[in-house]
Design a protein around this ligand. Structure first.
Ligand SMILES: N=C(N)NCCCC(=O)O
Ligand SMILES: [Zn+2]
Ligand SMILES: [Zn+2]
Length: 350
């Protein structure tokens, strides 16, 4: 069947859902072209079907395709930013990395190499997991491309700075401890957001603090709100090269039931989307959305959350490619609601 796509500024966009029903055909992220259909992508979305690192419910190996399916309903204009991301930059879907499910060490090597290959021409990567183990090789590749240790914001119910499970060093509960040990993170500029739930002991927090992490708990987001959360981390990170890793279990299980290690008391999808919008102008060099396990999902709730989160990350990358300094510029609906109406995108009336 012919693909009728939206095209603008020389960028090949999504299949036009007003001419080809959005539920028809094979899924790519947001119905965007595959990487082999474009000359070069500024932003590449890639899947990593890998969940050999999980400590509880398996199934995140199916996460990327679940997000692609749920992303059919995304539309090309993002009103919270007044930006059409797929018009500003070329975004494409590279499909899935072929990762060995029986050998974690080999899988990590493969992911790192594939991430380096996909970013060799300067493209930025948004990776759909996969369990959280995959963040380590993705961070290695991002730090290598940046040429320096990078800042990181880690959205998660969990710290993921534990040491080992059953003696295993590379698991979904340990990637950020490994990353600090390897010196690939700028430990002046790393924070967890959305942390909550029971730990093994107080030592978990002491270790985490020693590694340099700041923590904005899920309760902090509730009590201080989106804007203060954004301001705090923006002050801490500034314009450093930034990687954002989003474990979907940062959301309350009501907003993301389809995940392997759910914890009650999470942030809402509205809060998460608004926090990302608050990062306008920050130097996002790479991102992932992980831990989506469709077997535990219902009515695509988690797939929808994941697809919108990835869409905001892509928008942040596309917005940064536009002219002008956007750092700290008010953005998102919360900023608008607080009276910064001059930044309200055209078309929204009071
Ligand atoms: N990264 C995620 N989602 N979970 C880590 C949980 C590790 C544990 O079983 O204690
Ligand atoms: Zn988690
Ligand atoms: Zn995690």
């Amino acid at each position: 069947m012919e693909e009728l796509r939206i095209e603008a500024n020389g960028n090949l966009g999504p299949i036009d859902s007003s001419r080809i029903p959005r539920y028809a055909g094979a899924a790519t992220f947001a119905r965007l072209p595959r990487l082999d259909q474009v000359e070069k992508a500024d932003v590449t979305v890639v899947g990593v079907p890998f969940d050999t690192g999980v400590s509880y419910r398996p199934g995140a190996r199916f996460g990327a395709n679940h997000v692609r399916e749920a992303s059919r309903l995304l539309r090309p204009y993002n009103p919270a930013w007044d930006v059409s991301p797929f018009e500003n930059v070329q975004v494409a879907d590279a499909g899935d990395m072929a990762v060995n499910p029986f050998n974690i060490n080999e899988a990590i090597e493969t992911i790192q190499q594939n991430a380096l290959d996909l970013t060799a021409d300067g493209s930025k990567l948004v990776t759909l997991g996969g369990d959280h183990t995959i963040a380590l090789p993705l961070l290695r590749a991002a730090a290598e491309r940046a040429g320096e240790p990078i800042a990181m914001l880690h959205f998660d119910a969990h710290l993921d700075t534990w040491d080992t499970y059953f003696g295993a060093e590379y698991t979904h509960g340990t990637p950020f401890r490994r990353a600090v040990e390897e010196g690939i993170l700028d430990t002046e500029a790393i924070s967890h957001i959305g942390t909550r739930g029971p730990l093994y002991g107080k030592k978990d927090l002491d270790d985490d603090h020693r590694f340099g992490f700041g923590i904005v708990t899920s309760a902090d987001v509730y009590y201080q709100g989106v804007l203060e959360t954004v301001e705090k981390v923006r002050d801490r990170i500034g314009r450093r090269p930034l990687y954002i890793s989003i474990d979907i279990d940062v959301l309350d299980p009501a907003h993301a039931p389809g995940t392997g290690t759910p914890e009650a008391g999470g942030i809402t999808s509205r809060e998460l989307l608004e926090i990302i919008r608050g990062f306008r102008g920050m130097n996002l060099v790479g991102a992932d959305v992980v831990e989506i396990a469709p077997a535990y999902d219902h009515a695509e709730i988690t797939g929808v959350s994941g697809s919108h989160v990835a869409y905001e990350l892509v928008t942040l990358m596309a917005d940064s490619a536009l002219e002008g300094d956007r750092f700290g510029a008010p953005n998102g609906y919360a900023a608008q609601a607080l009276g910064q109406k001059d930044h309200r995108p055209a078309g929204f009336n009071a």
